[in-house]
Design a protein around this ligand. Structure first.
Ligand SMILES: C[S@@+](CC[C@H](N)C(=O)[O-])C[C@H]1O[C@@H](n2cnc3c(N)ncnc32)[C@H](O)[C@@H]1O
Length: 286
């Protein structure tokens, strides 16, 4: 399966960001549906769609609105790219204070003493740990060490977060992913790290029927899904338990804080912000 990215690039001028965002909003595209990359020279806005035809229809409208002032490209991201990217030039790297991620085919020799390795293969799933969203979620899981025994991973991808949770004390772990290939990768990764008893389901969290509650729940999803599924996600946290949400670009942080801030049953405990992404830790009130 491919993903198609519409990348709109503009040379930086004052106020261009606000103009672009409001023009896209006027076309019915919400800020939670795009990712903004703001470098010194230029500003890029990316929108993701499942087919090239969907992209072409949108590009037509965007081109009309900006009449040649912006550069628009449609980029195809093949699923296979994950395996190629992962295998070229990746070395063991620190994920949290105590954990190093090590590609499955590499030896353990590069890990500093006292660090624990997670051996990982991500042939088609998101979640190598190199991305800020995964790293921040892993660090927040480690921050909760000693406070949880059960863990629910919503959108598990490579299964990395299940392994991080197990290394930090989780005894009962469940994980779901809408992508059945990701579940296969996650199962293999969990097994390769000697973590047993994880219950995996290839399912959309929207229609997931289980009603068990967990001490700690992590959801690293796109902002749009975090917003539309927030009540469902929170329902899996036991009263007094914790929730980590991630996958939030800095451009969307204000919106997420506002929308989750309205909810009476949870309280914001911690915000992690990086260069482009952020993750939030909440407590569910008793
Ligand atoms: C950004 S990746 C996160 C992977 C991993 N948990 C991590 O933190 O690196 C999001 C994952 O959520 C899955 N996903 C997206 N929407 C979902 C949904 N509605 N229900 C279940 N899984 C979903 C995707 O297939 C993908 O594997």
């Amino acid at each position: 399966m491919n993903t198609f990215e519409i990348k709109i690039t503009v040379k930086k001028r004052a106020a261009v960001r606000a103009l672009l965002v409001s023009a896209l909003q006027n076309m019915g595209i919400s800020p939670s549906d795009f990712v903004i990359t703001d470098s010194q020279k230029e500003l890029a806005v990316s929108l993701y769609r499942a087919t090239r035809a969907e992209c072409q229809a949108l590009v037509k409208n965007i081109s009309k609105a900006f009449s040649g002032q912006v550069l628009i490209n449609i980029l195809r991201h093949a699923k296979k790219d994950w395996s190629t990217q992962w295998k070229t030039g990746w070395k063991p790297f620190p994920l949290t204070r105590s954990i190093y991620v090590v590609p499955l085919w590499q030896e353990r020799r590069n890990i500093p003493s006292g660090k624990r390795p997670i051996f990982l293969e991500t042939t088609s799933a998101f979640g190598t740990g190199l991305h800020e969203t995964t790293r921040f979620t892993s660090q927040l899981i480690e921050f909760q060490k000693g406070k949880f025994q059960s863990f629910f991973d919503i959108g598990t991808g490579s299964g990395l977060l299940c392994i991080v949770a197990a290394l930090n004390g989780a005894r009962k772990i469940e994980a779901v992913d809408i992508d059945k290939d990701a579940i296969t990768v996650a199962r293999n990764n969990v097994r390769a790290n000697g973590v047993s008893g994880v219950r995996f389901s290839a399912t959309d969290i929207k229609t997931y029927k289980q009603s068990t509650q967990f001490d700690l729940v992590a959801a690293n999803l796109i902002t749009h899904d975090l917003l539309r599924l927030k009540s469902k996600i929170i329902s899996y946290v036991r009263p007094g338990g914790r929730l980590i949400i991630s996958g939030i670009s800095l451009a969307n942080l204000k919106l997420i804080k506002k929308e989750f801030g309205f909810l009476k049953e949870i309280k914001l405990m911690k915000v992690t912000e990086g260069k482009e992404w952020s993750a939030l830790l909440f407590e569910k009130k008793l």
